[in-house]
Write a protein that binds this ligand. Structure first.
Ligand code: NAP
Length: 684
């Protein structure tokens, strides 16, 4: 008797009512599990996420959530053997599973790192600098992001049961928003196993993660404006869900990743015999056969110069002929099965549609060798290559997605035609260009980028380190316009912001400083009583300000600095030449001399809690400093970011250098590392 998949609802594992639908192995056809979510109270699930999960997550700072993702990733790594074992039943080879399982876990690691490096150790994320909206600066504005107060509903496709969940979960949890995951039924057993392990780890707070295996029932009827939906699957389903009355009436944020007829263009320079031609054949073969072509990013349209289209077909046919198909658990096998028999039937139908406008030039038959498995029981499909002679006037090759190891060669006569063919896909997740001619690369990228979410240009110089056409990376956006759904996921912190609300806050600088925990010019400048460099991280307060003594810049200083550093640029050394420059009246001080003098004015030299200066941000020289001018610095503690567990925190100082007339000559942020109380006490 097969088990029923569990649903994780209200922090408990429950089975749906009734027997449910049977899920079978893609390889052997054997039963794997039953799936049903019948009888679940979907309104309660949403409510639990919002009231318990959201509240728990929002207590944590971005850094604490980042630490949580890291702990989760480490925990999942410890259990990955189990995931790999079960993944075989989905038809995935070991390398397919690596993308799904290790790729998914590494997405958690990347988001953990990005959250801790690029977001504050706080609950509010500031969007850019303040906006100047009043003459005297007493009324100002700052855009902020705060977590949505609803739930994120993740509806995933069958092809990546682990990565598909984790790539959405990482930015969602980092944002501080609870998730309700609904995997595609056919491979939900692998998602369920991973969620069981995540739940058992105890790392996530109550309510942060729930799982629905099966239908989402009336969940959408309970949506509200603070919820967000991230959907991956077919365009048809996306359209259906986007038109749900609640999605419309509540303006629920909806991001969709849907079908995509991704193209790869071979540059005219990449003729047979060049490294780029070989790279192209390798890339297309890999994209057609990895995950048995069931990748939303796979190359479906091979756009190649018509003069060598025959050679492309011949080389691809040879390469595809070397792909060994069979049981994905067998080490000699290169390509496993499609996710289900139903999926195989679907791909067959799509190939039939495509072949009305294109000729099958490789594959397209059931007569092929299957290693170590029964071809009649597993969902095996032979890689199939088509060739369309008149791609500019054929619409099926640009609109019919056979979600398997299927691709079509589309010949082009000139670059304009290649661009037009790529655009005919009407929006793709990814497009690639293989060329060693950078002018061709620019023309093709500028001609087609608006139709793509990501583009990769490969040549002999970057091929060895290239992550390839079909690999979405957590650092880069994944999504695309038009047919691809119009959505955008990941892209580093951009993906986190999808689950947060941007709000423009207007008020006094002091109020906005208190809200955003970042000092704004015009806010109070507090005299800390001692030099602020004598204060530990905890003792420092935002707004603690030092106004230094002043110092004159002499001609000797400029001369000395020029000789000492070797920066003898004429503006500092040649009075006559400098005066011809439209910005200067004569010799002026070096910008770096000004910054160096500023450091000399503001530092406190003795051993103290300030451990290091690790850089400056946003350095601008506002006006020239002539010899005879007198400089003074105002240094205000602007932002503090505790690096938990390290003994220090980052302190950003707003630095403004003025001359004897009070005019600003330079401004920038000084970045320092400052010891915590504990660390400072331990070294004293
Ligand atoms: P699908 O039928 O649209 O299913 C996608 C997801 O939607 C599944 O979890 C499915 O659950 C769920 N679903 C279906 N009907 C629903 C409804 N009425 N209410 C709520 N959820 C519903 O897509 P598919 O055929 O399984 O997936 C293949 C397609 O996905 C391909 O076209 C491929 O291009 C696309 N895809 C896109 C990306 C991307 O990132 N852009 C990635 C992978 C796949 P059930 O399984 O339980 O029906």
């Amino acid at each position: 008797m097969q088990t029923k998949l569990g649903n994780l609802v209200l922090d408990r594992w429950v089975e749906g009512d009734g027997e449910g639908n049977l899920l079978t192995s893609a390889v052997t056809g054997d039963p794997v599990a039953f799936i049903t979510s019948a009888g679940l109270e979907f309104g309660d699930i949403l409510n639990h996420a919002r009231t318990v999960g959201g509240a728990n997550l929002r207590k944590l700072t971005f850094h604490e959530r980042g630490e949580m993702l890291k702990a989760l990733a480490k925990y999942l790594l410890e259990h990955k053997k189990e995931f790999y074992a079960l993944s075989t039943a989905t038809g995935a080879t070991r390398s397919d599973s690596w993308v799904d399982i290790d790729g998914g876990i590494s997405t958690l690691f990347v988001y953990s790192g990005k959250g801790r490096r690029e977001m504050p150790n706080d609950h509010v994320y500031l969007d850019g600098p303040p906006e100047q909206i009043s003459k005297n600066g007493t009324f100002t504005a700052q855009h902020i992001f705060t977590p949505k107060l609803g739930a994120a509903i993740h509806i995933n496709a069958f092809n990546f049961p682990c990565w598909g969940m984790l790539e959405k979960l990482a930015p969602t949890l980092l944002a501080g928003v609870p998730a309700i995951v609904k995997p595609a039924s056919s491979t939900a057993y692998l998602t369920e196993l991973m969620v069981r392990r995540m739940n058992a780890s105890g790392i996530l707070p109550d309510g942060a993660l729930q799982l629905i295996c099966g239908s989402v029932g009336d969940l959408f009827d309970h949506l509200m404006c603070q919820d967000a939906i991230a959907f991956t699957g077919s365009k048809k389903t996306a359209e259906l869900l986007q038109q749900h009355p609640k999605v419309i009436s509540e303006s629920v944020a909806f991001t969709a990743e849907t079908d995509s007829l991704n193209s790869s263009i071979l540059g005219p320079d990449a003729v047979p015999g060049t490294p780029e031609f070989d790279l192209y054949i390798k890339e297309v073969t890999h994209e057609m056969t990895s995950k048995a072509g069931q990748k939303c990013t796979a190359i479906r349209r091979i756009i190649a110069p018509s003069a060598i289209a025959g050679e492309v077909v011949a080389a691809l046919s040879t390469a595809l002929g070397q792909i060994r198909i069979g049981h994905p658990g067998n080490k000699d096998v290169d390509m496993g099965a499609l996710a289900s028999q139903g999926q195989r039937d679907e791909v067959r139908e799509r190939v039939a549609e495509l072949s009305l406008q294109a000729d099958v030039v490789y594959g397209g038959t059931d007569d092929f060798e299957v290693i170590d498995a029964d071809a009649s029981k597993g969902a095996f499909f032979m890689p199939t290559l088509l060739h369309c002679e008149k791609p500019m006037t054929s619409n099926a090759v640009h609109s019919v997605e056979a979600f398997g190891p299927v691709s079509t060669v589309l010949p082009y006569d000139n670059l304009d035609e290649a661009i037009e063919l790529s655009r005919l896909g009407e929006g793709s997740l990814v497009g690639s260009v293989i060329t060693n001619d950078n002018d061709v690369a620019r023309e093709l990228v500028l001609g087609t980028a608006a139709y793509h979410g990501r583009m990769v240009v490969i040549n002999r110089h970057c091929a060895a380190e290239s992550t390839g056409h079909g690999s979405p990376l957590p650092h880069l956006i994944h999504g695309g316009p038009g047919r691809a759904g119009g959505g955008e996921e990941m892209g580093g912190i951009r993906g986190v912001l999808h689950y947060m609300q941007r709000t423009a806050i207007q008020g006094s600088p002091e109020t906005l400083t208190a809200i955003g925990h970042r000092w704004i010019r015009g806010a109070n400048q507090t005299d800390p009583g001692v030099h602020p460099f004598r204060k530990t991280f905890e003792q420092l307060e935002i707004g603690d300000t030092l106004v230094t003594d002043s110092r004159e810049v002499t001609l000797e200083d400029i001369q000395h600095f020029a000789e000492f550093t070797g920066d003898t640029f004429y503006a500092h050394t040649d009075e006559e030449a400098a005066a011809k420059n439209p910005f200067f009246d004569g010799r002026v001080a070096h910008g770096y001399l000004i910054v160096s003098f500023a450091a000399g004015l503001f530092v406190d030299p003795d051993f103290g809690p300030v451990l290091a200066n690790y850089g400056v941000d946003d350095l601008r020289f506002a006006q020239p400093v002539n010899y005879g001018d007198t400089l003074r610095v105002r240094l205000a503690c602007k932002q503090k970011t505790l690096r938990a567990g390290t003994g220090y925190g980052e302190v950003r100082w707003d630095s403004e250098i003025t001359n004897q007339d009070g005019d600003v000559v330079a401004q920038y942020d000084v970045l320092t590392l400052v010891a915590t109380d504990e660390h400072w006490a331990s070294v004293n």
